[in-house]
Design a protein around this ligand. Structure first.
Ligand code: PLP
Length: 369
């Protein structure tokens, strides 16, 4: 089996499965309990927070959530409520994941002005981060920009945006959906007040995510209840899943250089085939999106599946629906219909890439109209 759909989700590391099951079996106390079982659970949570902060290379706090969708919804609903007088304008991009774009649409209905900055065109000078910075004014409540785009792998330099935004308007809160970059890329280009993370994209369990909060950041909670996690996110903490998340972070190797190599190799091999359009550009590393002209994505996807090669149709955000993100990156509609997204993991080898390219070449011979 060759699994190249790691942006959808990943195979849990063996060490993660072990950590989850051991904590489920032995460490099932409630972190709020005053006895030893509670204290042990609390310690797992505290250690997990430190592990994540270390990997981010940032000081601050970590709040555990059910996933990045919840983390981003919490921020987008909670910042405007807590900062009513800081402005009505929110600057974002035109290619955010639906877990950011859809809550922003709700704010738009409620009267907020949402400014969606487009990505740079292919071969255009990379002035795009500057366009985000230029869009920030005295009325800008929040900037929300993803780190790595989940469809094309396009990387944004958040640290450049962060410092310039703070100079322009210190009241503006900067949020980043860092799901597709966390652990996969060195965090030197990542800086934000609030960062959404997800465990299942880094070989951790599904249903557990986190929100990084820089010191001094406040917002209204999304969930009210027993006041766990300092009242920021109520609900009994899932200690076993948190232990699995931390184990995934610890086990994730430094793989960014290898991603760049695998990506370069795949792009080169694909460019030797007929009728291929490479849709990713810029500095994409762990994701490569391309179109096989004349072969619809689903046809190619299922053809590869017969060989136990798993990829994603490149334009779908959820089953059967196109997201429009590829159009933002200049992919014509007819090419978006035949887009394939390949997303690597630390398990991916060069021989996997060779087998994938052979499969695509055979698919082209068989199906191309
Ligand atoms: N943000 C990005 C960029 C994603 O790719 C995903 C997963 O599809 C999410 C957010 C949602 O993460 P979760 O499944 O943890 O809610």
């Amino acid at each position: 089996m060759i699994y190249l759909d790691n942006s959808a989700t990943t195979r849990p590391f063996d060490s993660v499965i072990k950590a989850v099951s051991e904590n489920m079996a032995q460490n099932f106390g409630n972190a709020s309990s005053l006895h030893k079982m509670g204290i042990n659970a609390e310690k797992v949570i505290k250690d997990a927070k430190n592990t994540i902060l270390n990997r981010l290379g940032l000081d601050g706090n970590i709040i555990f959530s059910s996933g990045a969708t919840e983390s981003s919804n919490t921020v987008i609903a909670g910042i405007p409520k807590a900062h009513k007088h800081d402005g009505k304008r929110i600057v974002t991009t035109s290619f955010e994941h639906p877990s950011v774009e859809n809550p922003l649409r709700e704010l738009e209905k409620a009267g907020f002005e949402i400014v969606r900055v487009k990505p740079p065109k292919r071969d255009e000078p990379q002035d795009y981060e500057q366009r985000i910075i230029d869009a920030v004014d005295g009325d800008t409540l929040m900037v929300s920009v993803m780190w790595v785009n989940n469809e094309t792998g396009f990387i944004t330099d958040l640290s450049k945006i962060y410092s310039a935004v703070k100079r322009k308007n210190p009241k503006t809160t900067v949020h980043c959906d860092a799901v597709q970059g966390f652990c996969k890329l060195p965090s030197k280009t990542l800086r934000a007040d609030l960062i959404s993370l997800s465990a299942h994209k880094i070989h951790g369990p599904k249903g557990i995510g986190a929100l990084y909060m820089a010191k001094g950041i406040r917002f209204e909670p999304l969930l009210y209840g027993g006041g766990q996690q300092g009242g920021i996110r109520s609900g009994t903490e899932p200690v076993d899943m948190i232990a699995g998340f931390a184990e995934a972070v610890r086990s994730y190797p430094d793989f960014a250089g290898k991603y760049a190599e695998l990506n370069g190799m795949l792009e080169k091999r694909l460019s030797e085939l007929p009728d291929i359009r490479i849709n990713s550009y810029g500095n994409a590393k762990n994701i490569l999106n391309f179109s096989v002209r004349g072969v619809r994505s689903e046809i190619m996807l299922h053809f590869l599946e017969e060989r136990e090669i798993y990829v994603s149709s490149g334009s779908a955000c959820s089953k059967g629906k196109t997201s429009g993100v590829l159009a933002e990156f200049g992919v014509p509609d007819k090419d978006a219909d035949s887009a394939i997204r390949v997303s690597f993991s630390p398990f991916t080898t060069e021989s996997d890439i060779e087998t994938l390219v052979e499969g695509i070449a055979d698919g082209i011979t068989r199906f191309r109209r």
